[in-house]
Design a protein. Sequence first.
Length: 75
Amino acid sequence: MATARSRSHKHFQLDAVKIKRAQKALRAKTETEAIERALDLAIREHESNRLALEATERFVKSGIEIKDVYGTLRG
């Protein structure tokens, strides 16, 4: 979570229903906490996707041969 020094006041027009739903889903006490948790979640998800893509690219570039022992990959 952000420290007091890294915070800044921003003014947004946001859907109040979405904020309340996020607040409930994230078990946040305040709307600000809900928004911060949602942003943290989005950042973590992006990082996870980036790492998975890098791993997939390394796997594909490795030249490993995959055998379809069950014959399910061919149409």
